[in-house]
Design a protein around this ligand. Structure first.
Ligand SMILES: [Zn+2]
Length: 139
């Protein structure tokens, strides 16, 4: 499925994402280290779990950052710039806090929001790390 999508819509979205991050953040050393990739089987499973908890419809593409690795399902080129900036903000957050510490804060905020809103999508949307990442989408 992914292979057909990439064949149709361009196999270079990962290269484009990398280039956009270099261009948007030329003085950021971390920008040179990001690795946007198409997830393998294990990565795809991880994305499916993330999709469930974020309340994202299964037919929507999702992108998740782990450290400096940006796992992305194929996305339309129209969204690449926004997503690249969003995910690079997460890369910076994870560097700042450390991956485990970042994840624990993220998880606690998510659970807190889930109790408050009783809605996975709202819970995800209102995580402070996500609000911060969204504020950088038009960098
Ligand atoms: Zn995010």
């Amino acid at each position: 499925m992914y292979r057909i999508f990439i064949w149709l819509f361009g196999r270079s979205i990962y290269q484009q994402m990398f280039t956009i991050i270099q261009n948007k953040y030329p003085n950021d050393n971390l920008a040179k280290q990001v690795v946007p990739i198409l997830p393998n089987k294990l990565g795809s499973l991880f994305l499916r779990i993330a999709k469930f908890f974020s309340g994202t419809p299964s037919n929507y593409s999702i992108t998740v950052t782990l450290g400096k690795v940006i796992l992305s399902e194929p996305i339309h080129s129209y969204y690449i710039s926004r997503i690249a900036c969003h995910e690079f903000t997460h890369v910076k957050q994870m560097q700042q806090y450390g991956l485990i510490h970042w994840f624990l804060i993220y998880l606690v905020d998510y659970i807190d929001n889930l109790v408050r809103y009783k809605d996975r999508k709202k819970a995800y949307f209102n995580i402070p790390f996500e609000i911060a990442a969204r504020s950088h989408e038009n960098d």
